[in-house]
Design a protein around this ligand. Sequence first.
Ligand SMILES: Cc1ncc(COP(=O)(O)O)c(C=O)c1O
Length: 381
Amino acid sequence: MKGFADRVSTVEEYYFSAKLREVNQMIAEGKPIINLGIGSPDLAPDKLVTEALKNTADNPQAHGYQSYQGIPELRTAISNFYSRAYGVSLDPSKEILPMMGSKEGIMHLSLTFLNPGDEVLVPNPGYPTYTSVCKLVGAKPIYYSIDLEKAGRPNFEEIENQDLSKVKIMWINYPHMPTGAPGSKTLMQELVTFAKKHEIVLLHDNPYSHILTKEPLSILSIPEAKEVALELNSLSKAFNMPGWRVGMLTGREDWISKVLKVKSNMDSGMFLGIQKGAIAALNLGESWFADIESTYQSRRKLVWKLADKLGLTYDEKAAGLFVWCKVPEGKTADQIVDELLYERYIFITPGKIFGSDGNDYVRFSLCMPEFKILEAINRIK
Ligand SMILES: Cc1ncc(COP(=O)(O)O)c(C=O)c1O
């Protein structure tokens, strides 16, 4: 054995992969843990979705390898969804590539666009996978701050003060995780202009567009965005299907075909039942979104109460699946996270795992039923 690849030492095990071992150990010891840490929707998908999966599983013909680009019916359902939800027109045969979730897509996109030594603009705070995948492919993350008073606007002035000649891609994510900064059409237009000016590929990671937002937004709805942007989207949060592993990449044909070139060497098409379930989900009507909206609104009100009790502050206009809270003067986020976990058995996420701008914050997930959040409130004296 002559050692592991150098890249292994560039990353840590994913925070939740390690932390949930500890939390699960506490549960095994009988501690009544309330998990407000991870953003994994706890509710079931629609019945039509699970029925589509079950019906497919019973078909003996359904278990073979599937097309690398997904079945045409799935790509059509994605195209119709983009048209209804965002007013974006996509050619199902060329501008859509189904994926096993957007996390997987981050790796495929990075392998497609980046050489060792290239630079990548990454939001701080931001989804940790942007950084770790960037490092795994030998590229260098360049962090940019976002302004929470301005819908999550990157500090373009600060970014442009740096040498951007080696920057190839920029990760953006609105509604932004973990802060809930909603983004806006105006901001996306600014991003497209910025990307064109600096010849940077904009990669918009868009899994939260339907969670507690005023209007679902796609970067591809911005004029000329297709020239410079690709978009990842996912059924994990919007349709309660995180364990199914199904999402999509959308955008210009010539870039999508390069991603397919890479991806088709790494995996095969998704199980047909998952594709059929995804089609059923994407075809759901407005009432599905109205239901999840009201569920998360009620839960969020309770989480705000919990935060109030802990002396934390938050933005009521934020979107997405989390409540992002600033810790009060005189306390650290680690103290709050540890006190809650070890004394009240409430698991929440420290903001520092999303980047240095998250140091004074903690994140609560809305993926717990109301009675559990009420119980958490009652545990705070
Ligand atoms: C910003 C962001 N992008 C991507 C993902 C991954 O989603 P998926 O389940 O589609 O891989 C998450 C999941 O938490 C996320 O918060």
